[in-house]
Design a protein around this ligand. Structure first.
Ligand code: C2O
Ligand code: CU
Ligand code: CU
Length: 473
């Protein structure tokens, strides 16, 4: 249950009032370091507390911590189990995971497993918060195929600030299909969360809603780091963990990235992508083959949006430091998915229009079909077991949005009236919708009944109201 007090707390947070007491003045190093001066860490893997009766059981404490994001500076962050960036949970299709989350901060929280098919009581939606000092156990049946998922805070009106301050982690679900492929594995399979941030003069994370000045890029929680690689193939699981920023990623020597997976797992075939566009919440797994490069080569993963400040134009540098054996390979066929023409026939077609105030008012509001989010209102009711077509449009002329549905992986049939590029033709849970654009989605609701949300995953926008409830019954 959400209380009036916690709603008020959320409103204060939404107004940009700090949730964390400002840290005492730090002695040293408050400035953003030069690019490529720190190593990119690989996030730690959580170990289950027990593995009895076919369930991997985890205990996680949601707590404040400090992280050395800027060299020599302790920055206050919110974490899962003390880790910034958040930790990794490994799961397998068909094997259950349960996570007891303890709320050890002073605000309500909700933990959502993004991209997962879960019953409503484990979805961690905006109203399913639990209060400071309490805990909640989430159960994940993992009945879906492999996918690179992530978990993050979803407490109503606080999700954007909580995620910004660190409450996000990685959840890698694998299955027999994926494991049978000779893709890079183990230490050559690296999760990378990319996001932006703004630091104040004390080296603390500054948060205001809709902030356009988050001009520092973090890869796995470090500012424009380097990462030492062997001259062989790597799989990188890229997640855009930003609240607002869309990244356009490419390699500095012009070699295309090989994209092998999107939100809901492997694509049917690998796709060579010169520029990979990733909006907040979207994932893309790419393989980069460093074997053509001599030891000593430095290759930059660039962000090539137009007219970016220098800090934003570079994400990460790969330093080829040694050679290594490589028996991995990217097969020509990764999986099979039903062709768009073979998807179950849709029984309903809906139009959803995303919009927000663009007039520069200090408190911009977000809307879906002209209405702001009302936790009490069910906006869309769908029949269990059926498929629908959702045409999602962005009515804004300048602001970009994207669209995320809980519970399901959908297919994107068209963008602007044309079939989508192969990188968007696999299973998706989040899709970009540029200003003035329409995407056409095919969604099947055949896993669980109950109430869930859909929203723009630019979390500042969902906190402004660009969110709605749907009921599967
Ligand atoms: Cu990443 Cu409502 O979700
Ligand atoms: Cu989600
Ligand atoms: Cu939006």
């Amino acid at each position: 249950m959400i209380t009036r007090r916690s709603v008020l707390g959320g409103a204060l947070a939404a107004a940009g009032l700090p949730l964390l007491a400002p840290g005492a003045a730090r002695a040293a190093g408050r400035t953003v370091p030069p690019a490529f001066s720190v190593a990119m860490p690989v996030p730690p893997v959580l170990r289950p507390a027990s593995c009895a009766d076919g369930v991997d059981f985890y205990e996680v404490s949601i707590r404040k911590a400090t992280a050395e994001i800027l060299p020599g500076t302790a920055t206050d962050v919110l974490t899962y189990d003390g880790h910034f960036p958040g930790p990794v949970i490994h799961a397998r299709s068909g094997r259950q995971v349960a996570v007891r989350q303890h709320n050890d901060i002073d605000m309500p929280v909700a933990v959502h497993l993004h991209g997962a098919s879960v019953p409503p009581e484990s979805d961690g939606g905006p109203m399913a918060v639990f209060t400071p000092g309490t805990s909640r156990t989430y159960t994940y049946a993992n009945r879906q195929p492999h996918a690179s998922l992530w978990f993050h805070d979803h407490a109503h009106h606080m999700e954007s600030e909580h995620v910004y301050r660190g409450l996000s982690g990685t959840y890698l679900l694998t299955d027999a299909v994926e494991r049978s492929l000779p893709l890079p594995k183990g230490r050559y399979d690296v999760p990378v969360t990319i996001r932006d941030a703004r630091f104040d003069g004390n080296g603390q994370l500054a948060y205001t809603m809709g902030d356009r000045n988050r001009t520092t890029v973090l890869a796995n929680g470090r500012v424009t780091p380097y990462f030492e690689v062997a001259a062989r193939k790597y799989r990188f699981r890229l997640l855009n963990g930003s609240n607002l920023r869309i990244f356009s990623l490419s390699l500095s020597d012009g070699t295309p990235l090989t994209q092998i997976a999107s939100d809901g797992g492997l694509l049917e075939r690998p796709v060579a992508v010169p520029v990979l566009t990733l909006s907040p919440g979207e994932r893309a797994d790419v393989v980069i083959d460093f074997s053509p490069y001599p030891v000593g080569t430095r290759l930059v993963l660039k962000n090539t949006g137009t007219s970016l400040p220098e800090q934003l134009g570079q994400v990460l540098r790969f330093d080829v430091t040694h050679t290594a054996n490589d028996s991995s390979r990217v097969p020509d066929v990764l999986r099979t998915l039903p062709a768009a023409a073979d998807l179950p026939a849709a029984v309903v077609t809906r139009d959803l229009v995303l919009s927000m105030d663009e007039d520069g008012r200090p408190d911009p509001r977000g809307f879906i079909n002209g209405r702001m989010y009302d936790p009490e209102r069910v906006d869309t009711t769908v029949a269990f077991g059926t498929s629908e077509i959702w045409n999602v449009s962005n009515a804004n002329t300048r602001a970009a949005h994207n669209f995320h549905l809980h519970l399901v992986q959908f297919r994107v049939l068209e963008r602007g009236g044309r079939p989508v590029h192969p990188t968007e033709a696999g299973l998706k849970d989040t899709v970009r919708v540029a200003a003035g654009e329409t995407v056409r989605l095919h969604v099947t609701f055949d896993s669980y009944r109950g109430d869930y949300v859909y929203h723009c995953h630019m979390l500042d926008h969902s906190a402004m109201g660009m969110m709605a409830n749907f009921r599967v019954r």
